[in-house]
Structures are given as structure tokens and as C-alpha cells.
Design a protein around this ligand. Structure first.
Ligand code: NDP
Length: 465
């Protein structure tokens, strides 16, 4: 277990909102060693005292439910060093000593290549680990380049490319449910499943994050990383163990099996859109292009949808639709598995049968199954609620990730080849979108998004009387 965490970009939003509460949760659960030390760095002129006050403030706002003792312990473990982390001398002074460190790059991603180079020149103590936030690169070439630089710095096992979705219990539950239940796996293939929708729709609009979001957009912010990871867990072959090698090998198999979209496919099977002015519940929301800090000329999308197919034995013939949007009417964050129609209806009356749908709620937690009834319930769809009252997870997602980093278990982080495969899958989309082959649609904030081009599923089976 590594006893020192160095957060580069420690005064940023991610650090305050997620990392500090995660450390307090780790402390509260007894996972941090007595001598644990936190070093925070950024270019801001700040004293250790000032940094501690800043942490206290964030913990009051974001970690109010955590025990006061754990919060105080994290504050007391913190020290601050001013550093420009692209500067080799600053980085050397920051690392200071031979003890292995865990370095968390909570920085603007455009700095990652420079920082990795500065770390290499400065030299890291043996056994150190490095954590990189998303997005990992901007495209396939930049991800490859970053991987090559990282390989010169530390072994692959010591690189943690963060995708916090993998540490969410609801996301883990998708794979867990498959592996722990005999009833699902025999149906888990294209013979029985027509399509899978992986959706992360948010009613939240930009909420002041233009500086980051306007350069990234929905496809790179959500689909390229989080939603492709969920796709991997839905579609992977059962791994031999959940150890890092078995789990990550099986995920890479899924990404490698994604059929690359042709230009024709991108035009017909992807959509991009951004929100115009509207109302969400009782809030007036300005058009995305009128949000502070947005450059309308960039044409950034706030809604992205991509339909993929997998070229492998299990899934040939099933459609996987990945979608995420901001500023929508309501949150809808789920995996919806739509089964095929029954092959024949023997009922002696005119009937309509809806396909069965199994839904895994990603936020909030949920599990439901739509079943058709017969007899008195003929023609009625019953939604079976399969979720019991659950104990809250011991650790928030970032707590789990930090614990894995300190312990040295990279199973829930993205391996280098996996990051490259994820970019490979979306490269044809990025290229065609850059060339404006797919129009940028608009939808009013507070609506259900751009009008659907598809009717989901194969439609009801009807039978003539
Ligand atoms: P912020 O812009 O809020 O913070 C960036 C931090 O980096 C600041 O502390 C800044 O301080 C510091 N920094 C910038 N340049 C340097 C430099 N040359 N040397 C030292 N420190 C520097 O960004 P976020 O915290 O929002 O994001 C950080 C990372 O986390 C990004 O990769 C982002 O994509 C990812 N992320 C963020 C999420 C969020 O909700 N915020 C969610 C998921 C991922 P200063 O300028 O004073 O040096």
C-alpha cells in the first residue's frame, strides 16, 4: 500500500468535489494507513494552512455526511507545494525523496503529455503509480502518443487511466447480475436480444463548465469512455476471474469486435445535436450557444447517439445504441435490454405483444423487467420491480478508485490498448462529424432531445382475428 498521494491540480474542481471526499470516506472506512500523507500542488500561491482551509470548505459542502474525525484527519494529512507541473525542477522538488508515490493528474488533459515528460526527466521513485483523468487523449493518434510516453515512465501495471463508471456499483451490477444468475446468460445473445440501449440523459445543462465541455462535447465526454465501458460489461464473454488481466482482456475483445462504421453508417446511424433555449422544470435555460464561455463556431454537440454492431458469434445481429445528452426533460440513465418478439402467438384473439425489456438503472439504482400478461392481463405490460432496498455502498466511486491506486490493483482502470481501441471505434464518427457529414440538429432544452429517427425495437407482434 502506497502511503503518499500527490495530487497535481489539487485546487481544481475534481480535487475538491470528488478526491477530498473520497479520501475522507477511505479514512472513515479504515483504509488509510496511520502515516498517510497528501501533497497538493498547483500554480496558485497558497500556504499549507490555506490549502487545508480550502479542503475543509469542500468537505463541508461535499462530504457533510462523513464523520468529522475522518474529515479532520484528511485535512491534517495535507500539505501544499506551489508547482508548475510542466516544469521538471518544480516536479522534482514536489516528489522529494525515494518513497514510492501515487501521482494523480487532476489537470487539464491538454497538459498530460508535457507532465508525463517532466516526470520522466525528474525521475520517479521505483514503485510509483500514476493516475490520469479522462479524456485520455483527443483521438487515436494522441492516445497512442500518450501511451508511448507513459511506457517510458512506469510499467503498464502502474498506470491508472480513470473511468469512474467502472467503480460505480450500479455499473458493476450489470456484469454482476449476468454472472450471478443462471436465468440471464442463456438468453444473453443475438438470438434473443434485438437491441441494447445504453443511455445517459441528463436534465442538467452546462452548469458553468464551458471551459471544459465546449472543447470536448457529448461524444468525447460520455460515449468514448463511460458508455463504451458499459457496452464492454454488457457484451463481454464471462471472464475466468475478475482480476485485472481476465477482466480487461475480455473488455478489449468487445471493443475489437465493434464493426467500424463506414461513412454511410455514420450518416445513417449517428446523431449529434445541441440544445436551444427552453425550460427545464421551472428553470429557464439559455441556448447552449448563449452560455458563458461557449464558442458557437466550434459546433460542440450536447447530445450524441451512435449505433454499433459487434462482429462476433454471440452478438452478430444485435444493435447497441449508445446515447447521452444534456439539458433534456428528465434524467434517464440506464441500460435497456430489449428482447426479440416471441416467434408465434397462439392466442385466439387479436393480440399485440410488446417485447420484454430488462432495465438496469445506472443512476439511480434499479432493475425492472417488462413482462406481458395473458388472461385478465391480456395485452397489458407489467413492469416487475426487481430492486430491493440496498445498503449504500461502503465507498463512493472515487473512493474505490483511490483505494485501488494505493493498493496497486488496476482492474477497474483502462489498460493502454483498451484506451486505443475505444478511440478506434469512434474515429470514423469523429472524422465524419468534423467534415459536417452529419447535420448538427437542435432541440429545445427541457425536451426529449432531437426527434427520434428510429422506432425502437421491431414493433409489436400483431395477429389477425
Ligand atoms: P480545473 O480547471 O477545475 O482544475 C485544474 C487544476 O490544475 C487547477 O488546480 C489548476 O490550478 C491546475 N493546473 C493547471 N495548470 C497547471 C500547471 N501547469 N501546473 C500545476 N497545476 C496546474 O479542472 P477539473 O478539476 O475540473 O478537471 C481536472 C481533470 O479531471 C480533467 O482531466 C477533467 O477532464 C477531469 N474530470 C473532471 C470532472 C469534474 O467534475 N470536475 C469529472 C471527471 C473528470 P492553477 O491554474 O492555479 O495552476
Amino acid at each position: 500500500m502506497i502511503g503518499r498521494l500527490v495530487v497535481l491540480g489539487a485546487t481544481g474542481d475534481l480535487s475538491g468535489r470528488f478526491l477530498m471526499p473520497a479520501l475522507a470516506a477511505l479514512h472513515a472506512a479504515g483504509h488509510l494507513d496511520e502515516g498517510f500523507r497528501l501533497t497538493g500542488a498547483s500554480r496558485e500561491e497558497l500556504t499549507t494552512e490555506g490549502f487545508r482551509e480550502w479542503i475543509t470548505d469542500w468537505l463541508d459542502r461535499q462530504g457533510g455526511d462523513l464523520p468529522a474525525g475522518a474529515r479532520r484527519a484528511v485535512v491534517a494529512s495535507a500539505h501544499y507545494r506551489r508547482a508548475d507541473v510542466t516544469d521538471q525542477e518544480d516536479v522534482r522538488a514536489l516528489i522529494d525523496g525515494d518513497e514510492p508515490v501515487a501521482l494523480y493528474l487532476a489537470l487539464p488533459p491538454s497538459l498530460f503529455p508535457q507532465v508525463v515528460s517532466a516526470l520522466r526527466s525528474a525521475g520517479l521513485p521505483a514503485g510509483s503509480r500514476i493516475v490520469l483523468e479522462k479524456p485520455f487523449g483527443e483521438d487515436l493518434d494522441s492516445a497512442r502518443e500518450l501511451n508511448a510516453r507513459l511506457a517510458e515512465l512506469v510499467p503498464e501495471q502502474a498506470v491508472f487511466r480513470v473511468d469512474h463508471f467502472l467503480a460505480m456499483t450500479t455499473v458493476q451490477n450489470v456484469l454482476g447480475s449476468r454472472l450471478a444468475n443462471r436465468v440471464l446468460e442463456p438468453l444473453w445473445n443475438s438470438t434473443h436480444i434485438a437491441e441494447v440501449e445504453i443511455v445517459w440523459d441528463e436534465s442538467l445543462a452546462l452548469e458553468g463548465r464551458a471551459g471544459y465541455y465546449d472543447r470536448v462535447g457529448a461524444l468525447k465526454d460520455m460515449v468514448q469512455n463511460h458508455l463504451l465501458q458499459v457496452l464492454c460489461l454488457v457484451a463481454m464473454e464471462p471472464p475466468v476471474t475478475l482480476g485485472e488481466r481476465d477482466l480487461r482482456d475480455r473488455k478489449v475483445d468487445v471493443l475489437r469486435s465493434v464493426r467500424l462504421l463506414t461513412e454511410y453508417d455514420v450518416v445513417h446511424r449517428t446523431r449529434r445535436a445541441r440544445y436551444a433555449a427552453g425550460r427545464i422544470e421551472d428553470r429557464d435555460v439559455p441556448s447552449y450557444t448563449d452560455e458563458e464561455g461557449v464558442d458557437p463556431g466550434r459546433g460542440t454537440e450536447t447530445f450524441a447517439e451512435v449505433e454499433l454492431e459487434l462482429d462476433n458469434w454471440r452478438w452478430a445481429g444485435t444493435t447497441f445504441r449508445l446515447r447521452s445528452g444534456k439539458g433534456l426533460r428528465a434524467d434517464r440513465k440506464e441500460v435497456a435490454v430489449r428482447f426479440r418478439q416471441v416467434p408465434h402467438l397462439p392466442f385466439g384473439h387479436t393480440g399485440e405483444v410488446e417485447p420484454n425489456v430488462l432495465r438496469f438503472g445506472l443512476e439511480p439504482e434499479g432493475l425492472t423487467l417488462d413482462l406481458m400478461g395473458t388472461g385478465a392481463r391480456a395485452g397489458h405490460l407489467t413492469e416487475l420491480e426487481l430492486t430491493a432496498e440496498l445498503e449504500p455502498a461502503e465507498l463512493p466511486a472515487y473512493g474505490r478508485l483511490l483505494l485501488d491506486v494505493l493498493r496497486g490493483d488496476p482492474a477497474l482502470s483502462i489498460r493502454g490498448d483498451e484506451a486505443e481501441e475505444a478511440w478506434r471505434v469512434l474515429t470514423p464518427v469523429l472524422t465524419a462529424w468534423e467534415r459536417d457529414l452529419v447535420p448538427l440538429e437542435e432541440y429545445p432544452a427541457g425536451s426529449d432531445g432531437p426527434a427520434p429517427r428510429h422506432t425502437y425495437g421491431p414493433g409489436p407482434v400483431t395477429r389477425e382475428a
